[in-house]
Design a protein around this ligand. Sequence first.
Ligand SMILES: [Zn+2]
Length: 163
Amino acid sequence: MSKKRTREDLEALLLSSRRITERGCWEFTGNRKAHKFNYGFQRFAGRAHHVHRLAAFLWKGLSLSDSETHVLHRCDNPPCFNPDHLFFGDNAANAADRDAKGRGNPPKGEEHGRSKLDAEAVEEMRRLHREMAITGKDLGRIFGVTQAMAARLLKGTAWRNPR
Ligand SMILES: [Zn+2]
């Protein structure tokens, strides 16, 4: 039903879906469903991707199949996808960056996290895990629940979908 989106289409889509802030951030104005940290998401080539990773793919040479490389924000503004504000790091750099920015631990207990996840959020978490192979740890961080809670949600032991 939808025709295949080319790289050029994706570039045009991203460039027409940004709000440029005073600091020069390009905040994504499209789909931003990953709750806590507000990352943008966009489907491309059959999968959902973080928009800042798509920006790194388009303008910084990242391979979309490269799951080892993290794309980090100099500006600490998750919805931003200005390539000048992005840099690459491995797991260690990602953890160090997160610690430096005070994101090392989920700020709330899992009960709190659980109460604010609705069925749609849980579905999205499972979809991201399935389609993008985002780990429970990263999903926990993105959705604002503990890693243990994210793992239980992914396994389906902490949340039962209403029929
Ligand atoms: Zn920025």
